[in-house]
Ligand binder design. Structure first.
Ligand SMILES: [Zn+2]
Length: 459
């Protein structure tokens, strides 16, 4: 089966040119002109032809705060495909006292029968000991070379500095990558107790107990530990100027520190948490939304490569029945936002549409850099002969309105309700198979493959 995508502008992280893309089976056969024999021709005139998005931070059906993230691997990956994302990396969670492999097996069992798109796994590691350190090597053998450690949530996920240092030292040897949730959890817990004791229980108070300075502090500390361990480190969901300053300072010093931000930190702010009634709960996530003046700094970080990746931290909860668990107590609001479907178009609209970044930089942020850093290149994240035919044909001229009434994520609200955006992924393909075309979905549950990833490479 040969498919020809004809007449579009092919965009990679390094080039942009009018060219046709010839697909043979699951892979890209050639990019160029003058191909004539194909079974199917897809017209891409006036469209961009780009690699499918790679979202390295999602939480499908994550158990949290007595409930589960509302998207499972079926609905969440379908929504991702609708939005132009063809690969996710989700987080398997190790329960305390459990082996890493048991946690991984549980997550793979959830994903395999349901996922519409290809997926990899990271591991959330909740304790460090000799056995766990040895098992990290075994996880790398199984294609899971990245491990998330938390500096926040004492008693739940937080590990101490000694554990982080031991984890980093192990990855310095085995080629893995430590990802950090960088907020000072001890201090935040004290503030939470103070706020609740003073009767400050509204959604906005959630954010006020997690000041940006404590993200900056933890980010700085994580980088110092990585520098000592001579290991790379990846700062997850960086939300603030304070965090970014720490990353930039580390990079300027030559430390291999990398960081992602998420659309919510580029588009939403503290004032959304202060919406009337309980509406602010729709915007409760961790790290929290910051005052709006942080946004320009984060955009600049994307422009200057102090930030290398845009992912979503997709972790949706219904407003009506799930966010409502925290009425009268912000600390009981399930933390997390929907976003896996919106990332591609939001970053295009605010990035390329506003003249901040080029289409090539867009592709680098949305697909190429995450694929390379997380061991998926060159199979994913770019368009080149031999790579998977994961392709988005993007129409930059169609305007649409983001809304819960038209999105495909299984959640009853949108953080961007009513926002006008320009650009729509009209055709989305994975390994040569059309998943989405002109408003119709052709994906199949269970068609997504588990991606065994190789060890870390610098972006
Ligand atoms: Zn997360």
């Amino acid at each position: 089966m040969r498919i020809l995508i004809r007449g579009g502008t092919v965009v990679t992280a390094t080039d942009m040119a009018s060219a046709d893309v010839l697909i043979e089976g699951e892979r890209i056969q050639a990019i160029g002109t003058g191909f004539d024999d194909a079974d199917t021709v897809i017209d891409a005139t006036d469209r961009y032809v780009m690699p499918g998005g790679v979202d390295v931070h999602t939480h499908m059906e994550l158990p949290l705060a007595g409930t589960f993230a509302s998207d499972d691997f079926a609905t969440g990956t379908a929504a991702a495909a609708w939005g132009g994302t063809t690969t996710i990396i989700d987080f398997a969670v190790q329960e305390r006292g459990e082996s890493l492999s048991a946690g991984l097996d549980r997550w793979l069992a959830k994903a395999a029968p349901k996922s519409h798109i290809d997926y990899g796994m990271h591991l959330i590691v909740r304790e460090i000991n000799e056995a766990i350190l040895r098992e990290m090597d075994a996880m790398i053998e199984r294609g899971v070379p990245s491990f998330k450690l938390f500096m926040a949530y004492p008693g739940v996920n937080m590990v101490d500095d000694a554990s982080i240092f031991r984890g980093l030292s192990r990855t310095a040897d085995n080629g893995g990558l430590i990802m950090i949730h960088a907020e000072n959890g001890g201090v935040i817990d004290v503030l939470v107790q103070r706020y609740l004791a003073a009767g400050k229980t509204a959604p906005v108070d959630h954010a006020l107990t997690m000041p940006a300075s404590m993200e900056g502090e933890a980010t700085h500390r994580a980088i110092a530990l990585a520098e000592l361990a001579r290991a790379p480190v990846y700062i997850a969901h960086l939300s603030s100027r304070d965090g970014l300053d720490a990353v930039r300072e580390g990079r300027d010093r030559g430390v291999p520190v990398y960081a992602e931000t998420c659309p919510q930190y580029l588009y939403l702010s503290l004032s959304d948490l202060d919406r009337p009634g309980f509406d602010g709960a729709k915007f409760v996530c961790s790290p929290p939304l910051r005052p709006a003046d942080h946004q320009a700094d984060l955009w600049r970080g994307l422009m200057t490569d102090d930030l290398q990746v845009v992912s979503t931290d997709h972790c949706p909860f219904d407003f009506k029945d799930q966010k409502a668990l925290g009425k009268g107590d912000f600390s009981a609001i399930p933390n997390g936002l929907p976003g896996v479907e919106d990332r591609f178009t939001l970053l295009w609209d605010g990035g390329v549409g506003q003249g901040r970044i080029s289409p090539m930089r867009f592709v680098e942020l949305i697909a190429t850099a995450p694929a390379r850093m997380f061991g998926l290149a060159p199979r994913k994240g770019t368009l080149t002969p031999g790579s998977d035919a994961d392709i988005v044909i993007f129409n930059p001229n169609t305007e649409r309105t983001v809304s819960a009434s038209s999105h495909h994520m299984r959640v009853d609200y949108s953080c961007y309700e009513g926002r006008r955006v320009r650009g729509v992924p009209e055709v989305v393909m994975q390994r040569g198979v059309v998943l989405v075309r002109d408003g119709h979905f052709y994906g199949k549950q269970g068609a997504g493959q588990f991606l065994r990833r190789s060890t870390f490479s610098p972006a």
